[in-house]
Design a protein around this ligand. Structure first.
Ligand SMILES: NC(=O)c1ccc[n+]([C@@H]2O[C@H](COP(=O)([O-])OP(=O)(O)OC[C@H]3O[C@@H](n4cnc5c(N)ncnc54)[C@H](O)[C@@H]3O)[C@@H](O)[C@H]2O)c1
Length: 346
């Protein structure tokens, strides 16, 4: 099987590339390595993953932008994928507020370009899309919450299901651009007959994640602990997310690709059994690294939700899938990886 992975140098993309290459698939990674530029950071990030993937014989690397239709069409025509995992994206809410046009060009138009490129070379192919819980916008804040000692929690639901409304609310430009991509991919099943899996992801974490203050909070906190550098928490730190180890996410992609479902939209994350607040992550990191760092508190960011937990019952049922890595184990793996690659974070 031939699998093309856009954003294949990123955290999710590089794990998908390694996993499918390990299964004997031919993999094409398509990435323009712009993560550091997006976050205004003057040091390498996903370049590390790009170099890591060079050692795999059955992975081909193409450095190009999904907005460059000529380059994209050329790569698709030449490779003729059976499946595409579209992870390329601008993943930061803060960046989208700062430059909504650039955000839309990558997340919305870029996704349409991928649909177009794929349906023209293989109308029977599978397309997996990395969507986000942010498509539900502020509607998520309508579920009543309760405050506990170290976290907030939903009062009467376990998690947010796919039936949550996606409109009549605020979103942030990121939520809008990702929702646009989400709808283009859903529609590609209706209009063009592609098999499409839309995965509305909560917090995904893993090794090879270059967390920055604006995105990738678990990796960002872990990097600061390993470096012994201070951290800022926006809000009171009781905000809570369900967290999913990246390998578990890729396992769900595989089940969709190798299964028979014609199309699906799934909320995916660790679910109610795998949740963590920022304060709880601090405690875990203190315990694992044996050190404390200085933590400052600042005002809430307008767009931060106090609680987001996915209801994963649909994806569990449809793909006979479940998360396997507990949050503490996952955080230990990230810390170990950062310690082994300290020079990347100097
Ligand atoms: N990590 C999460 O918790 C999370 C949660 C919800 C949704 N998502 C979505 O999942 C996807 C992958 O997330 P990630 O954590 O792996 O992010 P990442 O930043 O590690 O990976 C994204 C990759 O896309 C590449 N890219 C960006 N713009 C590109 C362009 N125009 N052309 C080609 N490549 C481009 C980047 O260089 C990077 O390697 C993103 O689309 C993100 O919006 C992530």
């Amino acid at each position: 099987m031939k699998i093309l992975i856009t954003g294949g140098a990123g955290m999710v993309g590089s794990h998908a590339a390694e996993y499918f290459a390990g299964k004997g698939c031919q993999v094409l990674v398509y990435d323009n390595l712009m993560r550091s530029t997006i976050f205004g950071v003057d040091q390498d990030s996903v370049e590390f993953n790009w170099n890591y993937l060079k050692s795999f014989k059955n992975i081909t690397l193409v450095k190009a932008d999904i907005r460059d239709r000529k380059a994209l069409d050329k790569a698709f025509r030449k490779f003729k994928p059976d499946a595409v995992i579209h992870t390329a994206g601008q993943p930061g809410v803060g960046f989208s507020l700062h430059d909504p046009c650039e955000d839309a060009s990558i997340n919305a138009v870029g996704t349409l370009n991928v649909v177009e490129a794929l349906r023209q070379v293989n109308p029977g192919a599978v397309l997996v899309y990395c969507s986000t819980n942010k498509v539900y916008g502020d509607n998520v804040n309508d579920y009543p919450i309760v405050e506990k000692k170290t976290r907030y929690a939903f009062r009467s639901i376990e998690g947010v299901a796919e039936s949550c409304s996606i409109d009549h609310c605020g979103h942030t430009p990121y939520g809008v651009s990702k929702l646009t991509g989400d709808l283009y991919v859903q529609d590609a099943a209706q209009s063009f007959g592609l098999r499409t899996g839309v995965f509305r992801m909560s917090c995904i974490y893993g090794t090879r994640q270059f967390g920055f203050e604006d995105q990738g909070w678990i990796a960002w906190f872990a990097i600061r602990f390993v470096q012994g550098q201070p951290l800022t928490i926006y809000g009171d730190g009781k905000q809570v997310r369900d967290v999913l180890w990246v390998g578990d996410l890729v396992g769900a992609f595989d089940r969709f690709i190798s299964g028979a479902l014609p199309a699906g939209v799934f909320n995916i994350g660790g679910g109610a059994a795998n949740t963590m607040s920022l304060l709880e992550l601090l405690d875990i990191l203190k315990d694992i690294t044996g050190r404390s760092v200085k933590v400052g508190f600042d005002d809430w960011r307008k767009f931060d939700q106090k609680v987001y937990v996915s209801d994963i019952s649909k994806v569990r049922r449809a793909l006979k899938w479940k998360p396997t890595v507990a949050p503490r184990e996952g955080v230990e793996r990230i810390v170990r990886w950062i310690q082994e690659n300290k020079r990347m974070f100097a």
